[in-house]
Design a protein around this ligand. Structure first.
Ligand SMILES: [Fe+2]
Ligand SMILES: [Fe+2]
Length: 295
């Protein structure tokens, strides 16, 4: 084992110990996605599979940005609990990046250009890192962490999502990620508050982030559909759009929680997920759990 590997191992171990104490344990995962994994693993739908794959493609660069924007303020944190929460947050996000990278490699093998999409996100975030204030970068993270937390909560609460993910390994990946997004949902927000981030920056950033988020997802999604030869599959795409955007669709169901972010005094813990997370920790990690023996 060389020195760099030893240092990385030691850092990971430190984050695991610190994070575990405050309920944000970075869990070591090692998903393996077989080459014969079902091509359209979400509901057998090309549109919906490429939608989720678009999100997955954006995670490695996106989550690295989240970590960096919090690390920028690490030296300002004195409270030992928040320090440990930050260590847990960084450890969890680092593991998400790694595992989604593996998932994205499988998607590449299926002909979905996830690497290209991730590079585009990286390019945009490089500009943000270089030309925007660090407080704004942290606000961007707070906003995107809110998105991931409410989307992840829907994945955890609604059995239909779990049934729609037709591949076992993919289901484990998404549910593990969803659980941890909610375990650490307060961290970036609390750091933002600690360093004096205010209401207007948070909410105005949310408007900017919403525009960019949907634009990036739409462009990325169209690229993956095009690569799959399904961009002009009108019937399949309309059906998929209905799933996402109809009055009872995925995004409209998120709207109340999304809007709650604009309430002065909002805190991510106002959305109570304590019991939900406890149930899912049991389902994933107890002796017969989906990920028994891990974590
Ligand atoms: Fe994550
Ligand atoms: Fe996160």
């Amino acid at each position: 084992m060389n020195t760099t590997t030893q240092t990385n191992e030691a850092t990971t171990a430190k984050r695991q110990t610190a994070g575990a104490k405050v309920g944000i344990p970075p869990r070591r995962m090692d998903f393996t996605f077989a080459d014969n994994t079902q091509r359209y693993w979400y509901k057998g739908s090309a549109f919906l599979t490429t939608f989720w794959t678009t999100l997955s493609a954006m995670f490695p660069e996106g989550e690295t940005f989240f970590c960096d924007s919090v690390k920028n303020y690490r030296q300002r944190i004195q409270d030992p609990t928040l320090k440990a929460q930050v260590a847990g947050f960084i450890g969890q996000e680092a593991m998400h990046s790694k595992e989604h990278q593996a998932f994205n490699e499988l998607a590449e093998k299926h002909g979905f250009p996830t690497g290209k999409l991730d590079r585009n996100v990286g390019w945009l975030l490089k500009i943000a890192r270089r030309f925007t204030p660090k407080k704004f970068q942290l606000a961007v993270t707070v906003c995107l962490e809110h998105y991931t937390a409410i989307l992840a909560e829907q994945l955890l609460r609604e059995p239909s999502h779990q049934q729609n993910i037709e591949d076992d390994e993919a289901r484990k990946l998404w549910m593990w990620h969803a659980l941890e997004e909610n375990e650490h949902k307060i961290v970036a927000y609390d750091v933002y508050n600690l360093v004096g981030g205010g209401y207007w920056l948070r909410t105005l950033t949310m408007l900017v982030v919403t525009l960019f988020f949907f634009a990036m997802v739409a462009i990325g999604h169209a690229q993956l559909l095009k690569a799959d030869g399904k961009l002009l599959d009108i019937k399949g795409n309309l059906k998929g759009l209905w799933f996402l955007w109809s009055p009872r669709g995925l995004f409209p169901r998120l709207l109340p929680q999304y809007l709650d972010f604009f309430r002065p005094g909002f805190h991510p813990n106002d959305h109570d997920t304590v019991q939900l997370l406890e149930d899912w920790r049991q389902r994933l990690f107890n002796r017969q759990g989906m990920l028994a023996g891990k974590g």
